[in-house]
Design a protein around this ligand. Structure first.
Ligand code: FES
Length: 186
């Protein structure tokens, strides 16, 4: 019986399938450069839009009744989906009202559904930390994660204003526990 010898330090420079360490590093560098400067012809690329699900237009509050830093709770788009409406006092992404500082977010943590009720911190315009794994969300920046285990932003309730009335018209992001943006609880 003949024994096969397996080379310990194989040189894959000419192997079309395997990459040598040098080739890997060069290819990685080229990808980083392309990511930084963009691909040729990419300058006119269409802008990206966040996914948004539309639901029935529902009045949730009045502008004149809101006080800065005093959150109001409301259910939308279903009775068991609890959200927070707050006047931040700072212009915010998705904000409505004369100073674009009124925003609304779902109150269930997108990580594993931890309850965020009562965790609004007006000093930072942040919601959290989540009692389960301590994620905190920035309400001035579409609910993006400041710190913690969650990897997705807090679902933002899309608002519109007509006169003094504030309406919820949709949800940007997927509410925890729902299998699709327009589906009922899974
Ligand atoms: S459930 Fe909120 S951080 Fe994990």
């Amino acid at each position: 019986m003949t024994e096969k010898t397996i080379p310990v330090h194989a040189d894959h420079e000419d192997d079309p399938v395997c990459m040598s360490r040098r080739q890997f590093l060069l290819a990685g560098g080229a990808m980083v450069t392309l990511a930084a400067i963009g691909l040729p012809g990419e300058a006119e690329a269409a802008p990206m839009h966040a996914l948004k699900a539309s639901y029935s237009r529902t009045k949730i509050a009045s502008l004149s009744a809101l006080k800065k830093g005093m959150p109001v709770e409301f259910a939308y788009p279903y009775p068991n989906v609890q959200n927070i409406l707050v006047k931040l006092g700072t212009k915010a992404g998705g904000g409505v009202g004369p100073t674009m500082d009124v925003v609304a977010f779902n109150q269930q943590c997108p990580h594993m559904g931890g309850p965020l009720q009562g965790t609004y911190k007006d000093a930072y315009q942040a919601l959290g930390p989540c009692p389960l794994h301590l994620t905190t969300f920035d309400l001035t920046r579409h609910g993006m994660v400041i710190s913690g285990h969650a990897t997705e932003s807090l679902p933002q309730i899309v608002l519109e204003v007509q006169g003094d009335d504030i309406y919820a018209v949709g949800v940007q992001g997927l509410v925890y526990g729902y299998s699709a943006m327009t589906a009922k609880r899974a």
